[in-house]
Design a protein. Structure first.
Ligand SMILES: *[C@@H]1O[C@H](CO)[C@@H](O)[C@H](O)[C@H]1NC(C)=O
Ligand SMILES: *[C@@H]1O[C@H](CO)[C@@H](O)[C@H](O)[C@H]1NC(C)=O
Ligand SMILES: *[C@@H]1O[C@H](CO)[C@@H](O)[C@H](O)[C@H]1NC(C)=O
Ligand SMILES: *[C@@H]1O[C@H](CO)[C@@H](O)[C@H](O)[C@H]1NC(C)=O
Length: 534
């Protein structure tokens, strides 16, 4: 999620790294100087990385790994691929029907995201994986449908107060406030037999009247679906706590289920249009005001029924090979201390925001550091570039690598700097462990705001409603989790913009980025500088 993030990232990275004469400040300025700055190459990396969908474990993502490896190698960075064999999950078949009281005919949803006129990715649209929830339980469930708002624990308490019994019903929840894996496990705890999760226009835009959506505006189209994982643990579910290498020991299916992190009822994500059709079949008590939709939305009721849904999902879970790409620049003064920069590569679809805005930033940083090396610069500490795989499934690539290198990381890693969705729009955002707070503030004071040339990123951040606030890294969120939570390495996660409407849908492509996320790629470049200074 970083654009100015990239510059900020670079700023941050260089703070850790500089050692040599001429003084650090010389290389700092060189790093961010126009002679080295290049929004064209960062945009080119993003364009190439996002030409095809590249889900973890697929050939397209192995090709993307080869691209990252070849770029790092071309910058003279010693690089290799660290592979793991991990349990990934893919859809085999899905169906969803809605039976409504007469005279309304039943609906069989087609569960397809639509291409638009002139979509330059139309020729690869059938490479987009059918919409699904990774690690969802296979099965068929049928029953009256019940609306549960965001599917949080407090939403079920509200239903209980309303006297609504969830047991043996299929619930309809909207995306937005909590992790989708928790939506499914909360539904299970409440007694539901299955879960449908839709994108409400109130949260993801594009709704009602003369509203517009992608490609005319940044909002999610009515057929857009947020796919994603519903696994609630970190790393390969079959190897909790140890690396998934070759013929290592693995948990059986039964033991994985006992572990408690895989869902126990089927679920399916659907579009705003399908969610609205299902809501239209639900009668009963009127839902509370804060459960309602946006402007122009019909009144939402909680049910259950009379609409009856039949949800059928079959997935396959297979041990698949994933590739982390690792590159190393050895430090001159403290070679046994590591500053680690990480970003994942695998994407649910094209991944222009999530995660390849971060990958483009990572490659651009590598290129700039190589240019500095040519001018005589040597990093003080060793820099490790990590391009993770299978983050989307549950932080799998980073977790397996940390598990494999636990001892050395615990004793030698100085910091882990993460970017995931590096750029979704304007405005700097950061989360970190507290040791890095000051550094992030200092770094952002050295970089011009890409959206306001008369002040620094820090100034704009400080003047914004969230500034200059640094969040904490408590949750699963992204690949920093195993560094912070398993080995206690200080870490930061940064972005320009926060959240974006086409998240995890097939519209997260280069066109969306170029039109709405970062039209001139200045936010990407600025983010890179900040990383560097840290
Ligand atoms: C909820 O419904 C289930 C199944 O129909 C039933 O067994 C249970 O007693 C009901 N709970 C309440 C509190 O009414
Ligand atoms: C639900 O759908 C499945 C798959 O299409 C079908 O086999 C099953 O008979 C349906 N169940 C009901 C109760 O309609
Ligand atoms: C840009 O920065 C200047 C100087 O700090 C400030 O006065 C102005 O309001 C900012 N513009 C915007 C659009 O935020
Ligand atoms: C790079 O920025 C310049 C303006 O500074 C702009 O004209 C150009 O279109 C940008 N390049 C890309 C690839 O966005």
């Amino acid at each position: 999620m970083l654009k100015a993030a990239t510059t900020t990232f670079i700023a941050i990275v260089t703070s850790f790294l500089f050692f040599s004469s001429p003084p650090k400040s010389f290389y700092h300025s060189l790093f961010i100087s126009d002679s080295l700055a290049d929004n064209a190459s960062i945009s080119q990396h993003l364009y190439i990385l996002t030409r095809r969908p590249h889900v973890a474990g697929t050939q397209a993502n192995a090709e993307a790994a080869a691209y990252v490896l070849s770029i790092l190698t071309s910058y003279n960075i010693g690089s290799h691929i660290a592979s793991y064999d991990v349990l990934l999950s893919y859809p085999v078949s899905r169906s969803l029907t809605l039976t409504r009281p007469p005279p309304n005919p039943p609906i069989t949803f087609d569960l397809r995201q639509e291409i638009y006129d002139g979509d330059p990715y139309a020729d690869v649209a059938d490479e987009v994986m059918p919409t699904f929830h990774a690690y969802a339980k296979s099965g068929t469930v049928s029953g009256p449908v019940l609306y549960v708002n965001y599917g949080r624990v407090e939403d079920y308490m509200t239903l209980k107060e309303m006297g609504v019994n969830v047991t043996n019903n299929v619930v309809l929840a909207r995306y937005g406030q909590i992790y989708r894996g928790d939506i499914v496990s909360n539904a299970y705890e409440a007694g539901a037999t299955g879960v449908i999760i839709y994108t409400d226009r109130k949260d993801y835009g594009g709704g009602g009247g003369d509203a517009k959506w992608f490609p005319d505006d940044k909002w999610m189209p009515p057929s857009g679906v947020q796919v994603g994982s519903v696994f609630t643990g970190p790393g390969d579910p079959t190897t909790p706590g140890w690396p998934s290498r070759g013929a290592c020991e693995r948990l059986s299916d039964k033991e994985v289920v006992k572990g408690g992190d895989v869902p126990l009822i089927p679920s399916l994500p659907v579009s705003a249009a399908d969610g609205e059709a299902i809501l239209g079949s639900i009668a009963g008590q009127i839902a509370n005001d804060d459960w309602q939709g946006g402007k122009d939305a019909p009144v939402y009721r909680v049910g259950p029924g009379p609409g009856i849904v039949n949800l059928s999902y079959t997935g396959k879970e297979v041990i698949s090979t994933i590739q982390n790409v690792i590159g190393v620049i050895e430090g001159a003064e403290e070679p046994d201390r590591f500053v680690i920069l990480g970003n994942h590569r695998d994407a649910w679809t094209f991944g222009a925001v999530d995660p390849n805005s971060g990958t483009a930033a990572l490659l651009e940083i590598a290129q700039r550091l190589q240019k500095l090396q040519k001018k005589g610069w040597k990093p003080r500490r060793t820099i490790v570039f990590c391009n993770w795989d299978a983050e989307e499934y549950g932080l799998v690539g980073s977790t397996e690598w940390v598990e494999e290198n636990r001892e050395i990381l615990a004793s030698r890693a100085v910091a882990y700097l993460n970017v995931d969705c590096a750029v979704t729009g304007a405005g700097f955002h950061a989360s970190a462990t507290p040791q890095l707070d000051e550094l992030i503030k200092q770094a952002t004071q050295q970089v011009q705001d890409p959206d306001n040339s008369s002040q620094t990123i820090f100034d704009s951040w400080a003047a914004s409603s969230n500034g200059p606030m640094i969040g904490r890294l408590g949750g699963g969120g992204s690949d920093y989790a195993s560094f912070v939570q398993h080995v206690g390495v200080p870490a930061a996660d940064m972005s320009f913009g926060k959240g974006y409407p086409v998240y995890h849908s097939m519209y997260d492509d280069f066109i969306w980025m170029k039109k709405f996320g970062d039209p001139m790629f200045h936010r990407h470049v600025a983010g890179l500088f900040s990383y560097y200074f840290i």
